[in-house]
Design a protein around this ligand. Sequence first.
Ligand code: AMP
Length: 176
Amino acid sequence: MNNEILLANLRNIPDFPHKGIQFKDVSTLFKNPECLAILVDELYEMYKDKGITKVVGIESRGFIVGAALAYKLGAGFVMCRKPGKLPADTRKASYMKEYGADTIEIHADAISPEDIVLLHDDLLATGGSMSAALRLVESFSPKKTMINFIIELTIEGLNGRALFKDDTEITTLLKI
Ligand code: AMP
């Protein structure tokens, strides 16, 4: 039922930002009070007993639900950002995109070995950006890491999960 409400409110933009891409526009979920509540409440129910101390959101659509969830879990929120945006010392990781490489950064004091970390983003496509974020987070040797996406794209040719080790705990709310 909840998934039907989310799917009915998710906007698809054909050929954005390039021809052939079906862009899943989560802004239509975020602007709808019922959908925003479903997203945060469902994730809270999934993760409330996991002892999570930090939620790491990936810029920028991972910040919205990530921060709301962190608040509800009583956890801290950490931003994984595009290069040059974070003001203090950072750690960096690079990954391959459709056209060339990209880099993401996290503050060098963002995570401690005592943390139990949930990484969150809106959508799993190739998995490149999240696997780079996971490498960054794991460089702090936290007690445990888990990963969540709102949407997992399973259309032909995309198998983002294949980039992660088999024992990586990944959840997704919607498979499209
Ligand atoms: P990837 O690193 O290939 O898994 O791409 C995931 C990131 O790119 C996420 O932050 C998404 O917001 C964005 N993204 C990739 N493909 C799409 C798509 N078809 N619709 C919406 N966002 C996408």
